[in-house]
Design a binder for this molecule. Sequence first.
Ligand SMILES: Cc1ncc(COP(=O)(O)O)c(C=O)c1O
Length: 353
Amino acid sequence: MDEIKITKATTSKLPSVDFNNLGFGNFFTDHMFVVDYRDGEWGNAEIVPYGPISFEPALSAIHYGQSIFEGIKAYRMKDGSAAIYRPYENMKRFNRSALRMEMPEVPEELFIGGIKKLLQVENQWIPDEIEHALYVRPFMFSTDQVMRVMPATTYKFMIIFSPVGAYYAAPMRLWVEQKFVRAAEGGVGNAKTAGNYAASLHPFAVAKKRGYDQVLWTDANEHKYVHECGTMNVFFLVGGKLLTPGLDSGTILEGVTRDSVIQVAGDFGIAVEERDVSIDELVQAYQAGQFTEAFGSGTAATVAKIEEINYKGFIMTFNPLNQPVADALKQRLTEIRDGVLPDTRGWMVKADS
Ligand SMILES: Cc1ncc(COP(=O)(O)O)c(C=O)c1O
């Protein structure tokens, strides 16, 4: 792979962005990373000014959906350096998604190398404020301009950055889905592919109309086992143990934050069971006073508390002000990320390493 060519933007948008009102995914930095796949190899890696890209209307990604992405965060560490949170895990997941969608793998020098190089160019965009970050969005889509259902022969891999504030800060109210399905065994539930998100939008809209923030997905066969919610994996504190749906069925996105929560819970001496979790089990535990906390885990929010779960009209509530395990896990992960605690697991990858 040749050197990454850099073409700098003539002006920066940075002075026009209000870092106190970022929200999520609203602003993009001055540059983007682009590399093309053709004739069986990646070539022409470049950093160019952020801006439109143009294609013919027959672009295969639009019609047939070969499109995958990742979501990662880069942080300003306490010592002023820039570091990326567990990007190798995202790279592995990205390449698993690529395999499932019959797309080429992206090698480390482009995936990790591209993020690092772009971070060096955009260093000033990494927010200093607490809970703020630079959201890193690597993505790949097919670029053939032929209208036939078949794997494309050309692809673009790109990385863009968005400075973000705190996400999903409000505790969530969840609707346990009994009609729609996010993923079935053998499908693409564990791939981070665009169509999964498109398919979730109508069920979300229906749940919203009912007054709920997110759908809590259940299995395709019986709507009995819990999967995940929105863009998060889920954890339930039952009898002092954390329960989270296992990954064997291939229907759940293998969250990097999920894995972090499991490891940090271990540090606290909290047992975690990764297995099938049925909604009936949760209801019974709730009725017995054993089900005391519920939260989601994901890059965007880290840990987001759940305050209500509605299962066919049976409502389970959790006081967001009394969820000590969720609070402790979130705090520990934040301290590792910000460099307040030593990074004993090598999770933070320095941008200039
Ligand atoms: C469907 C879905 N589940 C779970 C997650 C959580 O994964 P991670 O912790 O890697 O962000 C995400 C976010 O990427 C997601 O989109």
